[in-house]
Design a protein around this ligand. Structure first.
Ligand SMILES: Nc1nc2c(ncn2[C@@H]2O[C@H](COP(=O)(O)OP(=O)(O)OP(=O)(O)O)[C@@H](O)[C@H]2O)c(=O)[nH]1
Length: 637
């Protein structure tokens, strides 16, 4: 697949834009999702009807004509205006009209209500929350204050941001929400979330001074030495203290697995250590000169591909580890070996930059010929897989001996032919991708767990936009609304998270069993689309049986894994020009490109590729093998 769309737009590859004929206006979205058919999901009307006062009042004619989606937006607006202004003396009908006439824009509607001051009760019983962030000295206490001086700031939330302190774990300190209303010189007024321009400013303010945050997934065939390499790197960087390392050495020796002592840094469970393989994604942090890196150590064994995909889905860049031992590289690279599969998977998930660690070079006496031979084979394959030559760097190393990891090599044989960067420098040289912070908020959920307090937590990568504590979010495809109680990045409490962050969100007002891995949290005013059917441009590879109409596949969309069928073969395309070479082909064979229709077993949250790359791409797998990567070009509602 030619993936150069990530740089130049897909148009160049296929000759015309993916959204040429297919653009669907956001105002038309999601009408068709039939709630009656969705299993275990409450109807949208149920949460609308939860408030007594809403039921008792007559609905205006305009409001009763609204679609389900607009009703949900309306209720979300009403709740947010009430939360901001406190109890109002304005009849519901009037409020509804104001909101509709302001096109569901909360800020404008709030201003319209405020313009007519008689709408405000003289002594509000319930005061609105104001969020205040004050200088903290690095200690975290989270308290949301109630109290909002309308005469001072009608439509804004007061934030006093402090330069984040450097912490070894994150490279950033934590903003503190204070109980006091006291003023500070560093106080900044930040407009409510509705004003998207301010998100950029807020992002610069919050993140401008800290090191760039990069998420790196480590991939490669089973036993390539991924965990050993990263464990040794973490040890050399001082992330693991000597006492702990000594303990791992003793314990691993006791069970006859001393060669795994560095791998134990990341392989933490008893089963992983006993079997000598990684099963779940190990996480760790370290710092380079210019970056704060979150490391995701993915399992290499093919049985744990779904875990590997969940790690890769969170990553900005990847480190592919290959075993240089004679015969071993060939095993991992042969058809069916995980080297190819992993590289294809990360590329289909949007990773464009890759470092290749040619590992275990100590087993071949640091042979330049072996290094060149492996690099050459991989170069050809990676180019076909869609990586640009300039975005792939090869680095020779040994995870076991620690050569060329954080310092220049000392091994004489290696020094005779290599004077390039060490692994840490290669990682430092990765470019941090642009964070689309001003787009509508989207977070695809890859984990759900019970937190310590009330509510429960979901975590996932913020694909686009930003999210503040106290905001409402919509969970899709169920379209239930929920409130954000708190936010965390790597266990540090935050008031706001941005695109690119791997965040944990504590939700309230929604049942934990109504949220699943693969669901998308989004902005209720600008929700993600929901459908069980879509058209896509796919590139087919690794096929043993040709794809025909009705072909069953497993759809991987971010962390979602869902059965699906290829319900229509619409056209076969010329792979390089994108021109239609055949309408309604009867089958698709290896290395073809086509437009197909895909029917998923139930509705899912998704986006057009042209609107949101992250939620607009997917993979199709059959029998544990990836057979196609695709981009969503039309959502059928
Ligand atoms: N000689 C040599 N052996 C190594 C090197 N790196 C790793 N090994 C050995 O290779 C074996 C597998 O290492 P791991 O780090 O567990 O491999 P992995 O890729 O993390 O394995 P999975 O996560 O299960 O896919 C262990 O016995 C290591 O000691 C190296 O640079 N040189």
């Amino acid at each position: 697949m030619d993936y150069s769309e990530d740089y130049d737009g897909y148009d160049d590859v296929y000759g015309h834009s993916v959204d040429d004929d297919y653009y669907i206006s956001p105002s038309n979205r999601q009408f068709i999702y039939n709630r009656e058919n969705s299993r275990d999901q409450p109807k949208i009307g149920e949460f609308i009807r939860t408030e007594q006062d809403i039921q008792e009042e007559d609905e205006s004619e305009t409001a009763s004509d609204l679609s389900d989606l607009d009703k949900a937006r309306l209720e979300s607006c009403i709740e947010q205006i009430k939360a901001t202004l406190g109890p109002l003396c304005i009849p519901r009908n009037e409020l509804v009209n104001i909101i509709i006439s302001n096109n569901y824009n909360i800020e404008r509607a709030t201003n319209a209500v405020l313009d007519d001051s008689k709408n405000l009760q003289s002594e509000p019983k319930e005061k609105v929350p104001s969020i205040k962030v004050v200088a903290s000295g690095g200690k975290t206490t989270t308290n949301v204050t109630k109290g909002f001086d309308l005469s001072q700031n009608k439509d804004s939330i007061k934030l006093n941001t402090t330069p984040r302190s450097q912490s070894p774990a994150s490279g950033r300190g934590t903003p503190i929400i204070s109980q006091s209303e006291g003023t500070s010189e560093e106080t900044k007024i930040i407009k409510s979330k509705e004003n998207k321009i301010d998100v950029e400013t807020q992002y610069k303010k919050e993140r401008g001074d800290s090191k760039e945050h990069l998420y790196m997934v480590v991939i490669g065939h089973v036993d390539a030495g991924k965990s050993t390499l990263m464990g040794h790197l973490l040890y050399d960087l001082g992330q693991v203290n000597q006492k702990t390392m000594h303990k791992y050495e003793q314990e691993s020796r006791k069970v006859g697995k001393q060669s795994f002592m560095y791998a134990w840094v990341l392989d933490e469970t008893g089963e992983e250590r006993n079997r000598g393989i990684t099963m779940d994604v190990g996480r760790s942090q370290f710092e380079t000169k210019s970056k704060h890196v979150t490391l995701l150590d993915a399992p290499g064994h093919k049985d744990f591909i779904p875990n590997m995909i969940s790690g890769a889905g969170q990553a900005d860049v990847a480190l592919l580890v290959v075993d240089a031992t004679r015969g071993e590289f060939e095993t991992g690279f042969d058809f069916g070996g995980q080297t190819r599969e992993h590289a294809l998977l990360v590329r289909s998930l949007g990773v464009t930059q890759l470092a290749v660690a040619i590992n275990k070079l100590d087993t071949v006496s640091w042979s330049k010929e072996r290094f060149d031979d492996i690099s050459q084979k991989l170069k050809v394959f990676l180019k076909q897989a869609g990586f640009r030559e300039g975005d792939v760097t090869f680095v020779p190393c040994s995870g076991l001996t620690g050569q060329n990891l954080v310092d220049k090599p000392t091994e004489n044989e290696l020094l005779t032919w290599y004077n390039g960067p060490c692994l840490l420098e290669v990682i430092d040289n990765f470019r941090t991708p642009e964070r689309p912070v001003s787009k509508p908020f989207r977070l695809s959920i890859n984990d759900i767990f019970k937190g310590t307090g009330s509510g429960f937590c979901v975590s996932g990568r913020v694909e686009t936009g930003s999210l503040n504590v106290g905001e409402r979010v919509m969970v899709c495809p169920s379209r239930e609304l929920s409130m954000v109680k708190s936010l965390y990045i790597e266990d540090l409490s935050q008031t706001v998270v941005f695109a690119g962050d791997q965040a944990t969100v504590t939700l309230s007002g929604i049942e934990m069993q109504n949220v699943s891995i693969g669901n998308v949290l989004c902005d209720p005013q600008n929700p993600v689309q929901v459908s069980a059917k879509f058209q896509a441009r796919i590139v087919v590879f690794n096929l043993t049986i040709p794809i025909t109409k009705g072909f069953s596949v497993i759809l991987h969309h971010q962390s979602l894994v869902e059965p699906a069928v290829v319900s229509k073969l619409i056209s076969q395309l010329n792979r390089s020009t994108g021109e239609v070479v055949k309408k309604h082909p009867r089958f698709l064979s290896n290395n073809t490109s086509a437009i197909v229709e895909i029917q998923v077993s139930r509705p899912i949250a998704l986006e057009l590729y042209s609107d949101c790359k992250e939620l607009g791409r997917f993979m199709l797998r059959v029998g544990g093998v990836t057979i196609a990567a695709g981009l969503i070009t039309k959502i059928i509602l």
